[in-house]
Design a protein around this ligand. Structure first.
Ligand code: PSU
Ligand code: MN
Length: 307
């Protein structure tokens, strides 16, 4: 019989067995979110940032139909460089496995797989959310509903301003997903420090975030996710005026080219990267590296509390 079980990288398997800190990483930002050839370099840098902070990176993806937690360098290279890598949400995982596909996991799929693997912390750039035309299109990322039922802490820089940020926060509240600002009470806007909305909760240290994870485990009441919103310092954000201009142009191009559905996020990201001549890419990379570092520190603190 064909074996579709999750395959673990050996380093990840050892760390999970020994209760050492592990941080899950997604592959959609590598295959669809960042331009080649920078994507492979950045993918490796993200893993290194996790290691530098004392945790083991577990990049998750699908290679030839096999779901892998802890891609090795050859597998990472394959997902970063070959054409036709599918963008996989949770609902696609079994379909892609049965058809032997190469696939990159979104925040939704990565969260679900990581939680199934017993990994409690996940670092990414930005979350998917409610799209601006959602009142007509119903386009809301499966990231939201998946986090409602998945016990994982996702470190991100909020949601991109290409989305309807206010509506996304409302949906997170409805869905029962915890949201906390790291060192801030303002929800970050990915490329920009301040996404324009207040948060109810703020924490100042990785140890405090780890306490939230422990509290949830001990209370056994809330079984959903926690979004740890980690803003860029203002001096590292994309120039807000450049950001607003680029966004307005990108939304107009989206309309002109008739781009819809799951192609919207990659399309707008590519537009930002080309229209800002790399400035948004540099900011995007900084976001991910900072989030990888914070996620690793949270995983380290959580492992120490469980020991
Ligand atoms: N945010 C980024 N880069 C990305 C994504 C989000 O900065 O590449 C990806 C993530 O994998 C996220 C997905 O889960 O886009 C959301 O896509 P959709 O809106 O189709 O659910
Ligand atoms: Mn969508």
């Amino acid at each position: 019989m064909t074996d579709f079980h999750i395959r673990y990288g050996s380093e990840v398997a050892d760390a999970l067995r020994d209760g050492r800190p592990v941080v899950a990483l997604e592959s959609t930002i590598v295959s669809h979110g960042l331009p080649r050839p920078d994507n492979l370099r950045v993918a490796r840098e993200i893993e290194q940032a996790v290691r530098d902070a004392g945790a083991v990176p577990a990049t998750i993806g699908m290679v030839g139909g096999r779901l892998v937690v802890g891609l090795d360098d050859a597998e990472l290279t394959r997902l970063a460089t070959v054409d036709g890598v599918a963008k996989l949400s949770v609902r696609d995982l079994a379909l892609a496995a049965a058809t032997g596909a190469d696939g990159a996991t979104t925040v939704a799929a990565t969260s679900a797989v990581a939680a199934a693997a017993g990994i409690a912390v996940f670092a990414t750039g930005g979350l998917g959310g409610v799209h601006r035309e959602a009142a007509q299109t119903f386009d809301e990322s499966a990231d939201l509903v998946t986090l409602a039922r998945t016990p994982i802490a996702v470190v991100c820089a909020g949601v991109k301003s290409i989305l309807d940020v206010g509506a996304t926060l409302e949906r997170l509240e409805t869905l029962g997903v915890g949201v906390v600002g790291f060192g801030t009470r303002r929800f970050p806007g990915f490329f920009i420090t301040d996404g324009g909305f207040d948060l109810d909760w703020s924490l100042e240290s990785a140890e405090q975030v780890a306490d939230v994870l422990v509290a949830r485990e001990q209370q056994r009441v809330h079984h959903g996710g926690l979004i740890v919103a980690n803003p860029l310092p203002t001096d590292e954000q994309l120039d807000p005026q450049l950001h607003d201009r680029t966004l307005a142009d990108g939304l107009a191009l989206l309309e002109r080219d008739g781009v819809t559905g799951k192609a919207v996020t990659p399309y707008l990201l590519a537009h930002f990267h080309s229209a800002t001549e790399g400035a948004s890419l540099a900011v995007n990379v900084r976001i991910i590296l900072r989030n990888a570092d914070l996620a690793a520190r949270i995983a380290v603190a959580a492992a120490a509390r469980r020991a």
